[in-house]
Design a protein around this ligand. Structure first.
Ligand SMILES: *[C@@H]1O[C@H](CO)[C@@H](O)[C@H](O)[C@H]1NC(C)=O
Ligand SMILES: *[C@@H]1O[C@H](CO)[C@@H](O)[C@H](O)[C@H]1NC(C)=O
Ligand SMILES: *[C@@H]1O[C@H](CO)[C@@H](O)[C@H](O)[C@H]1NC(C)=O
Ligand SMILES: *[C@@H]1O[C@H](CO)[C@@H](O)[C@H](O)[C@H]1NC(C)=O
Ligand SMILES: *[C@@H]1O[C@H](CO)[C@@H](O)[C@H](O)[C@H]1NC(C)=O
Length: 366
């Protein structure tokens, strides 16, 4: 009894000594959040940010037990919160993968044969270190100057965390966009992307196969603030920062540390089906609370009812045509394929419909 009481009383001291040990090992060059020049992370090893909130390591996505990827995830919720995947399109077959910080400052991912599968960072050979920050950002810095050579926040996958940008810088050519996973078990680039459209007012647009506009948020400043009304109290802890100048148009979230605890996190995710959700980590219950953002409903889809179509969520068919217009292709329309849209009714005999539609098809052709 007495012994356990003493142990209990000594616990804070014990933790303190362990922390001291960790600090010492940090100085000794084997920290858990930093990879030094010439160092490596093998499958099974991890880097952890100082406060433990983010982990970098190898993983298999759910449902794909034979594929190995290197990624960064939110420690408390594991593989369902991967925000960055290094080798999305080139999974490894086995556990021989390795992340190395080469002596020339390049961060490289090697497969089992020592071949470089992916490489990031420096253009000039330099002495560097890679550190996983508490924000989740993996930053490669030049040791002498502290200059950032590369950061994972500049290489987004399907997720945006606080501090990551979405947008573009026309002077440096940098751009930050999201691309969906192919499926929940395959992080390869999927069909959807979310980009900042800068033609006209800055607008966040979801594209399908990089061409077809699927959804748009509307002018950025308003939609981020008013787009998700139910993000009430959870969202008040974050603010949206806009950069909108001659060089750069972008936005990002910052955590308001005066109202939020340090264990508050936000992420925006573009899912496999092209839907955008905002998720806020609720530390008291350890869950991500999910807020659908785009599309809020089927009528947020870009031109969901085609030209001259009207979307009405109250109607079971969703789509109709504006007054005086009819579906271009009635058979597609009745199969709920609305993209063909509507066109103006012209006075004609009923048996003339076929010719009319063929005429329309011919007009499209050249
Ligand atoms: C990886 O790190 C280990 C231990 O630090 C070292 O022995 C090994 O040579 C390194 N391998 C590569 C390929 O850098
Ligand atoms: C994975 O294994 C398969 C079959 O063993 C092989 O054909 C393929 O080339 C391997 N892929 C890689 C990236 O090594
Ligand atoms: C793992 O895969 C790589 C690339 O396919 C191969 O070169 C290496 O020999 C494999 N390692 C093991 C232990 O099978
Ligand atoms: C985005 O940046 C990459 C390089 O970082 C570049 O290859 C690509 O062309 C850019 N895309 C646009 C749309 O500017
Ligand atoms: C309507 O669309 C279907 C399927 O896309 C097509 O097969 C059919 O020819 C179209 N009908 C007319 C009248 O154009």
């Amino acid at each position: 009894m007495a012994a356990s009481t003493i142990n209990f009383l000594n616990l804070p001291l014990l933790i303190f000594s362990i922390l001291l040990l960790c600090r010492r090992s940090l100085a000794a060059g084997t920290p858990s959040d930093t990879l030094y020049n010439g160092g490596n992370i093998t499958d099974g090893e991890t880097l952890k940010s100082t406060d433990g909130s983010f982990t970098l390591g190898f993983f298999c996505p759910p449902g794909a037990p034979t594929k190995r990827y290197l990624g960064i995830w939110f420690t408390a919720s594991g593989a369902d919160s991967l925000y960055w995947v290094a080798n999305r399109d080139t999974p490894f077959n086995n556990t021989s993968g390795m992340l190395v910080l080469r002596t020339d400052g390049i961060l490289g991912l090697l497969d089992g044969s020592g071949r470089t599968a992916s490489a990031w960072s420096a253009s000039d050979p330099t002495v560097a270190q890679a550190q996983l920050l508490d924000s989740g950002n993996l930053v490669v810095r030049e040791m002498s100057s502290g200059r950032t050579l590369w950061q994972s926040f500049d290489d987004p996958a399907n997720t945006m965390l606080a501090g990551m940008k979405l947008g573009k810088n026309s002077r440096t050519g940098e751009n930050w966009s999201l691309t969906s996973w192919r499926s929940q078990s395959d992080p390869a680039k999927g069909s959807y992307s979310q980009v900042m459209d800068t033609k006209g007012l800055p607008d966040i647009v979801t594209y399908w196969h990089d061409k077809v506009k699927k959804c748009r948020a509307g002018p950025v400043e308003q939609s981020l603030v008013s787009g998700i009304p139910e993000l009430d109290s959870d969202f008040k802890q974050f603010s949206v920062q806009m950069v909108n100048n001659a060089d750069e148009v972008s936005y990002y979230y910052i955590l308001d540390t005066t109202t939020a605890g340090s264990s508050t996190y936000i992420r925006t995710i573009l899912d496999e089906a092209g839907a955008v959700k905002v998720l806020v980590w609720i530390p008291s219950v350890s869950v991500w609370r999910s807020y659908p953002w785009l599309p809020r409903d089927v009528c947020d889809d870009y031109a969901s009812c085609g030209v001259f179509g009207l979307c009405n969520i109250a109607s079971t068919a969703f789509c109709g045509c504006v007054e005086g217009f009819s579906p271009v292709n009635q058979s597609e329309w009745s199969r709920r394929e609305y993209s063909g849209g509507c066109r103006r009714d012209v006075r004609q005999r009923d048996d003339d419909v076929d010719r009319r539609v063929h005429g329309a098809a011919k007009r499209e052709a050249p």
